[in-house]
Design a protein around this ligand. Sequence first.
Ligand SMILES: [Zn+2]
Length: 408
Amino acid sequence: MKGLHFHRAALLVPVLTPPIENGAVLTRDNTVLDLGSFKELKKQAPTGSKIIDHGEMVLTPALVNCHCHLGLSWLKGKIPEGLGFFGWLKAIMDYISKEGEDDPSARICDAVIKGLLLSRDAGVSLVGDVSNVFYPSYFKKDISSNYPLIHLFLEKIHPLTEPLELEKPAVLAPSVESFSFSAHSVYTCSRKALRAIKKACNKDDLPFSIHVSESKEELEFVRTASGPISDILRERKRDVKSFFKTASSPVAILKEEGLLDEMTICVHCTFLDEADHKALSKSRAWICLCPESNRYIHGELPRADRIFEMTDRVCLGTDSLASNHNLSIFSQLRSLYNAFPSIDPERLFRAATLGGARALGYERRVGAILQGAEAKLLGISGFTGAKKEVFDFLCSDALEERIETVGP
Ligand SMILES: [Zn+2]
């Protein structure tokens, strides 16, 4: 039969179910029809199906990057590491205003494509991309079908008391599978705007994403309405007193405003207190860790060990190339596992795959090898250990050079 393939490998890691030695995945075109032990599955093989033997490789689902800003990929290597959050923010704002006379549409379009290529080559099948412009306004080029899927978060910044207009775009760019609104942060949106954005997401049962507790400057502003963030807002003629009300933490604001639930993705969560941990785990909100971005900007990592103790609702992101050297989720895994070896690597790998897919609402399509899902798989070479050691391998070895995309 046309398009029927048996992918056999020494070890299959479906993610939702335990690893299978001498495993196989039966695919038709871009869809997984079945999976299991090669011997068993082969007995029921439809005639005409083609066997593709991946030898000693490990087969896994491709990874999910839940938080990126592909449109900032043009800033790769331009912002030095270790500037601190305030210095980093200033550097980005300077760059963007300096490049102002260029055509931003062309620059962003090229940046998105560059970011998608890097993501694909690092084994990513789905990106939660945050942008403050909607793609069709500049996205002229068609994207190749083997690029990662995109859930676009159209990000709003609204430090004003006036109502926020949330107009849905009439058409989605060919590359965008789905979209929802997101808020930049609790310090750049009034509480009224935050509620409006969340309400618009809930109405369509779509994910809501927001940067949360990324920096100490953010905490200072939230607690006192002063400090460097307040200075930037005032420089930009924002009336902090009118739009902002202090709280004990950014998570406390989200809780007070009823914004924490299963569809909310809190990105970063680098500086959480115990009350934040409890509020996040009770609400079942997602925590999206972007460890290498935090390290790049200010050198501190989120307490991932504590986060994994409190909740299973964890996914991973890279943030942009303005604060990361790469767009590799494997690299985020390594950084986290290296810093927190007490975290079960199976749970880490799940966060990098199914966690991200669930957070973005794609769990039936990507993030696990299961019947009906898309055949977006990775073949990874170099694993020689016992079956139970595979997650340790997936979270600690530099795999980007050893992965092959396995597809139709
Ligand atoms: Zn971000």
